[in-house]
Design a protein around this ligand. Structure first.
Ligand code: ADP
Ligand code: MG
Length: 249
């Protein structure tokens, strides 16, 4: 049994069957990539895992417990954390202030932005945020405005903010989209480092095959809302159906 078990999930938007009969098993402590052409249903599937969408049919089990019908924050508390397609950080705040937000929220269960000045005086929160910035190798950027950072560093900060919640499953939706090659390579290295240093399972939706083949131990190919094949990277590379559906050959 995987830490994440998706069985027969279906999701329809009006006349469009975005997902049908999706089965996916993600083994604990692995990196599992989900690839597929634009519109294949990858983000829809992810939204079904984090409570942003409710599937019409099927089941989603995380660590033996159903996530269906739970609110996103509850699923988050169960140990699933998600990085969105566009970075969700506060550009006007410093890097350290951004990192204090999830650290505070983890301690107190909620956070309001206007509490930030007083939070900044709380040593335990500041220490924890600094510790995460050190792990993310960005302690030297702590006083920078988040908006002034490169796309790669924004992503790095955002991943760190997710990790400060100590998730068991990290979900990433196209984390390197729109990045220059150097930032993409930094993101690959960061995810490898996280995998080495933590007990964590990573499920990554990714368009860039360089990223996929650098990180993934298993790959699921989604096409037109349904899994086409699931296999090791070696087998996926040579799979004729994948080349046809995904690589356009
Ligand atoms: P991917 O992430 O693989 O590119 P998506 O999951 O975003 O694909 O979309 C799958 C299909 O569902 C697409 O045809 C998309 O237009 C459609 N879709 C996604 N979200 C919605 C929505 N909220 N309402 C209607 N259609 C949607
Ligand atoms: Mg998408």
């Amino acid at each position: 049994m995987g830490i994440l078990e998706v069985k027969n999930v279906g999701k329809r938007f009006g006349g469009l069957q975005a997902l049908s009969d999706v089965n996916l098993s993600v083994a604990e402590n692995t990196v599992h990539a989900i690839i597929g052409p634009n519109g294949a249903g990858k983000s829809t599937l992810l939204n079904c895992l984090v409570g942003k969408l409710i599937p019409d049919s099927g089941s989603v089990m995380f660590d033996g417990q159903s996530v269906l019908g739970r609110a996103p924050y509850e699923i988050n508390q169960m140990g699933i954390s998600r990085v969105f397609q566009t970075p969700e950080i506060f550009g006007d705040l410093t890097v350290l202030e951004n990192m204090m937000i999830p650290c505070f929220a983890k301690r107190d269960g909620a956070f309001e932005l206007n509490a930030l000045p007083s939070v900044s005086q709380q040593k335990d929160v500041v220490d924890q945020a600094m510790h995460m910035l050190e792990e993310m190798r960005m302690a030297d950027k702590r006083h920078m405005h988040a908006a002034a950072m490169s796309r790669g560093d924004k992503r790095r900060l955002e991943i760190g903010m997710c990790l400060s919640q100590e998730p068991r499953l990290l979900l990433l939706d196209e984390p390197t989209a729109g990045m220059a090659r150097a930032d993409t390579n930094n993101t690959i290295d960061l995810l490898k480092q996280i995998k080495q240093e933590r007990d964590i399972t990573i499920a990554i939706i990714e368009h860039d095959m360089h990223v996929v083949f650098s990180l993934a131990e298993r790959i699921t190919v989604l096409a037109q809302g349904t899994p086409l094949v699931e296999d090791t990277p070696e087998n996926i590379k040579g799979h004729p159906k994948v080349r046809e559906a995904y690589l356009g050959e």
